[in-house]
Structures are given as C-alpha cells and as structure tokens.
Design a protein around this ligand. Structure first.
Ligand SMILES: NC(=O)c1ccc[n+]([C@@H]2O[C@H](COP(=O)([O-])OP(=O)(O)OC[C@H]3O[C@@H](n4cnc5c(N)ncnc54)[C@H](OP(=O)(O)O)[C@@H]3O)[C@@H](O)[C@H]2O)c1
Length: 296
C-alpha cells in the first residue's frame, strides 16, 4: 500500500508586503496551496485562531517593521518597531510551536558590519558569529530577536541582505541606489530574490531548521552593481559617489555593510540539487531578465 504524502499548506505572513507577494506568486506558480494574511503577529488570540482555521503545515513569516521611507523611521518609532520585530515575531514563532507548525522567518543579515576580524575582502561572517552591528534600532531589534528565536525547534531563520528583484519595485535595493543623489561604494552580500526565494520553499518543505545566511555567494560593490545596471538596463545612467562620513550626515540611523559567508546555505542546497549563482553572475542574469521585462 502506498500512503499519500500529506499535502503541504503554506500560510504567508505580511500578506501585503513585497517579499510576501513574491513568495505567494512562486508558490502559486508551483501549484502549491497557499494563503496569505495581514493579521498582526503580536495579536496572539487572532494568530492562534487563524492557525486553527487555516491549519497550515508551514508558515512563511515575511512580516516585519522596516520603516517608511526607510529604517530611519524605526529610530523615532521604537515601540512600534519592537511590537512587530520582537513581540510579534516571537509570538508567531511561539504560536507555530504550540500548533506544531514549521515557521520560516525572513530575517536580515544587516546585523553585521565589517570589523578587524572581518575586513573588506577578508573573512566573511558565519551564521554563528555574534551580531556586531546595532547602529540602527531596526538592526538591533532583528539581532536580539534572532538570539531568542533560535531556541525554538520549529524555526528556520533566513538572513536576507539588500534584496533585489527582477523589476524596479521601490523596495528593490537597485531601485533605491539608482534614486539616491550619491551612493557609497562598499562591497556587500546581496540576495537576488529569483535565485533565493525558490530555495526558501525547498528548505521549508524539507523542514530544515536553524540559521542560514541567505545571500548569493560573494560580495559586490555599489559601483559594480550600477555598472552592470548601466550595461544591461539603462545605458544613459550616471551616478556620483560619496564617502561613508558624508553619507552619515544625511541619514539618521547607521547602515550595515558586510559580507556574509554563504557556504552553509550552498552546501545545504546541494543536497537538493539546487545551485545559487555567485553574486556578479547573478546580477548579470537579473539585469538581463529586467531588461527583457521592459524595465528601463
Ligand atoms: N527589503 C529589504 O531591504 C529587506 C532586507 C533584509 C531583510 N528584510 C526583511 O524581510 C521581511 C520582509 O521585508 P519586505 O521588504 O517585504 O517588507 P515590506 O514590504 O515592508 O513588508 C512587510 C510587511 O509586514 C507587515 N507587518 C509589519 N509589522 C507587522 C506585524 N506586527 N504583524 C503583521 N504584519 C506586519 C507590513 O504591514 P504594514 O505595512 O501594514 O505594517 C508589511 O506588509 C522583513 O522582516 C524585513 O525586515 C527586508
């Protein structure tokens, strides 16, 4: 007798968000059962009620307070930031634990900053390295909640950095830096969503746990990104640089710059015959898709 594998059912949190929208689209394109919600994560009663109604096998938590227009907002709205990024995120993980549901959290790698042990071009940050960047309140909430959430046996934490989509959506890192008057020029790890979001579904479906740096391998500087953008998408594009010191005068919160070590992720995905392209190659492919999509 062959027993049918129980069908997975995904519940995506942060339903109106950018990453959540991409996840829903991918799951639908794979013909998977998916429901999205905008229920507030900190509302324990409503969260439990929804879990009991929908009965998901997997929660994908792409909800979080990122600030608008940017993370500077979180500096002045600390209680609201805590409510979402600490109380809400933990509450959702805990409710999933109580209902025996796997919970994937779309977290951030912006909890690190180049230091003496991890200089530009040197050793990159591994999953177990303690966070060393709390220059923004947003990052501080994210690193602290991760330290606690890691103790849950049902939680998979995926650390995105400067996510990039194949269009010029306002949340896309590339869109942001093409709109700034001036940009810094520092190598960073980036997450090309087309490469990595399908991988998040593979990891979730296989009930993988723990923390993964969720970026393409390698690091790429702002100028390298913009040069590739100019090459493939907008030949007329020009930009100006400024230093980190000059940048600090026009922003309220500090910004993290770092390279994450993606070895753990790459090795894990090999088990599922899934490869993630190196970041320069990934950007070439991303901008080729973007140009094909008619973006200018
Ligand atoms: N985009 C990036 O640059 C980036 C980089 C690294 C990591 N991440 C992380 O990835 C996740 C998704 O980011 P995103 O770019 O998709 O952000 P987004 O477009 O702002 O989406 C986040 C969504 O979460 C919702 N949300 C906020 N607090 C909530 C709460 N307490 N309960 C329920 N929903 C809540 C927001 O709804 P409301 O607007 O109604 O509050 C919003 O729809 C976030 O956790 C973010 O920190 C993003």
């Amino acid at each position: 007798m062959v027993l049918a594998t129980p069908r997975h059912k995904f519940l995506v949190w942060g339903g109106n968000g950018w990453v959540a929208g991409h996840l829903k689209t991918i799951l639908e394109s794979q013909d998977k059962e998916v429901v999205a919600t905008t229920v507030r994560m900190e509302d324990r009663e409503s969260v439990l009620k929804l879990l009991d109604e929908v009965k998901p096998t997997h929660v994908l938590n792409a909800a979080g307070c990122t600030g608008r227009p940017n993370v500077d907002w979180c500096e002045d709205n600390r209680e609201a930031t805590i409510r979402s990024n600490v109380i809400g995120t933990l509450n959702l993980a805990d409710c999933c634990f109580l209902r025996n549901i796997h919970c994937t959290v779309f977290a951030t790698g912006c909890i690190y900053h180049y230091d003496d042990k991890h200089p530009i071009g040197g050793a990159s940050f591994k999953e177990e390295d303690p966070a060393n960047f709390d220059g923004s309140f947003y990052s501080a909430t994210k690193s602290k909640v991760e330290e606690i959430m890691i103790h849950y046996p049902n939680v998979l934490i995926l650390r995105l950095r400067m996510p990039v989509s194949d269009d010029l959506h306002g949340r896309n890192f590339v869109t942001k830096i093409t709109k700034y008057d001036r940009v810094v020029d520092i190598p960073n790890s980036n997450t090309i969503l087309t490469d990595l979001l399908p991988a998040s579904i593979i990891l979730a479906e296989n009930n993988e746990l723990g923390v993964y740096n969720f970026t393409n391998p390698g690091a790429i500087s702002h100028n390298e990104v913009l040069a590739l953008f100019k090459k493939h998408v907008r030949p007329s594009f020009e930009w100006k640089n400024f230093s980190v010191e000059e940048q600090s005068k026009v922003i309220k919160a500090g910004r993290s710059n770092c390279e994450l070590d993606s070895t753990k992720l790459v090795n894990k995905l090999k088990e599922y015959n899934y490869t993630v392209p190196e970041i320069h190659e990934a950007y070439e492919q991303c901008f080729i898709r973007m140009a094909k999509n008619g973006e200018k």
